[in-house]
Ligand binder design. Structure first.
Ligand code: PAF
Length: 436
């Protein structure tokens, strides 16, 4: 078999760092089919990303001439890491005696659970780029993985995901309508921590907007969204045009039953059918193992859970906690439209929910009394026009009968109207929640 030129990044920040690197190079050179052709100087670097406090890394890059295929060379690297005392599977970003990253292997392009070639982030790391430059490589000419990969056609998305599934990857899906804020980013980060590949979809779905609603005016800013997806660790951003999702003859819709009754379902007829239809379509394209939804849209979450169960999608719906501004307002893409006075007034929603939760903690168990506590707080803010305030069961959000409750979720929606355009805000809180 002909020899390929491969590059391996070496790193160590535990024990005798130089000794770990030297030993790894000796051991690599002793592997049949591997010749260590050149090695850069050893350089120091700090940990990239979050991790426990730890010492600086010692890094280098080695150029190998090898007849081993990528998977075999990777296996050698893993064996040397283990031999150096690295505990595998290693917790993310913890100190390690030896880290060997396969950066390039000839012209090979791979995207499997075990190995991505070229390495996905070599061009973001000075401790790799510096040594590569020293070895005389023209960094601009070296191949890169684009992250996130931006796709617009359902066929390309499905093909990319098929490749990942065949490579054994666990896929996480974060469906969004864009205009991403820290709440969305927390979903992407959670998916990043739990999955091998993360797909974020950005699609303002016309099916879930009613005639008088803000479809045309819904905030759209793809460039900023892409930067936020990259920062949060998305592998793919799928941002299709409407025609790519729904061809002109499109006429099949998912109809949602009891989960869509009341609250948003009553105020926005057809909304949850639109949500369920697009989500089902995304599930079919991506075939994710996990799909991440914010608890902020609690009824949507209940609808999607029901959808996954009823239609048998083989995935886990992962609920993610509401992310709030410092003053408690739940983050929402529509918050930008609040006028200054409404923005100040908008915290009344969370204050009302928290007041009812306090009453519950203090021993109040009567459903209507708890609702009255929240309603009294809301009534003190004339800027908030209440759409609904309900106490429902956790999870499925089923209506609770009058009388004593053992727990449940309070849900509220209200309209504000002094900003650039009227804004509806939703919020909810579990009576059992122990957050602030
Ligand atoms: O929550 C949203 O942003 C949307 O309803 C969703 C789930 C992406 C479907 O269009």
């Amino acid at each position: 078999m002909s020899a390929h030129r491969a590059y391996v990044g070496l790193g160590s920040n535990e024990g005798d760092r130089d000794q770990h690197l030297r030993r790894a190079l000796e051991r690599l050179a002793a592997v049949p089919g591997v010749k260590v052709a050149r090695v850069s100087s050893f350089v120091d670097s700090e940990l990239v990303g979050d991790g426990p406090p730890q010492g600086r890394f010692r890094n280098a890059v080695a150029e190998l001439h090898t007849t081993l295929p990528p998977a075999a060379l990777l296996a050698v690297c893993k064996a040397l890491e283990a031999e150096a005392g690295r505990r595998l599977p290693a917790p993310r970003n913890h100190p390690r005696p030896l880290d060997l990253d396969l950066l390039f292997h000839g012209d090979c392009r791979l995207d499997t659970r075990e190995l991505v070639l070229p390495h996905a982030r070599w061009h973001e790391r000075e401790f790799v780029m510096g040594p590569l430059r020293e070895l005389g490589l023209d960094l601009a000419a070296l191949p890169r993985q684009q992250r996130p990969i931006v796709l617009t056609s359902p066929e390309d998305l499905a093909a990319t995901c098929t490749g990942w599934l065949e490579g054994g990857c666990l896929i996480g899906l974060v469906p969004t309508m864009g205009s991403l804020h820290r709440g969305h980013q927390s979903l992407v980060q959670r998916a990043r921590g739990e999955c091998d590949r993360v797909v974020v979809t950005i699609f303002v779905n016309p099916l879930q907007f009613g005639p008088g609603e803000d479809f045309a005016a819904y905030p759209r800013d793809l460039e900023t969204d892409l930067a936020r997806c990259r920062d949060a660790g998305a592998d793919v951003v799928f941002a299709p045009a409407t025609a790519a999702m729904y061809d002109p003859a499109f006429c099949s819709h998912v109809s949602v039953g009891a989960a869509a009754e009341g609250m948003e379902g009553a105020l926005r007829p057809g909304h949850f059918s639109g949500v369920a239809t697009v989500v089902a379509r995304l599930f079919v394209m991506v075939r994710p193992h996990r799909a991440y939804f914010g608890e902020k849209d609690a009824q949507q979450l209940a609808v999607v859970r029901r959808l996954a169960r009823d239609l048998g999608f083989p995935l886990r719906v992962v609920p993610c906690p509401i992310v709030r501004e410092a003053d408690g307002l739940a983050m929402s893409s529509r918050n930008v439209y609040l006028g200054a006075a409404d923005r100040r007034a908008s915290t009344v929603l969370v204050q009302a929910l928290r007041a009812a939760r306090e009453a519950f903690r203090a021993g109040q168990r009567d459903r209507d009394r708890l609702l009255q506590v929240a309603a009294a707080v809301l009534a003190g803010e004339p800027r908030a026009a209440l759409d609904y305030l309900e106490l429902r069961s956790e999870g499925d959000l089923e209506p609770l009968p009058p009388g004593p409750v053992v727990g449940g979720r309070l849900l509220v929606a209200a309209r504000f109207r002094d900003g650039a355009r009227p804004v509806r805000l939703l919020d909810n809180l579990s009576l059992a929640a122990d957050d602030a």
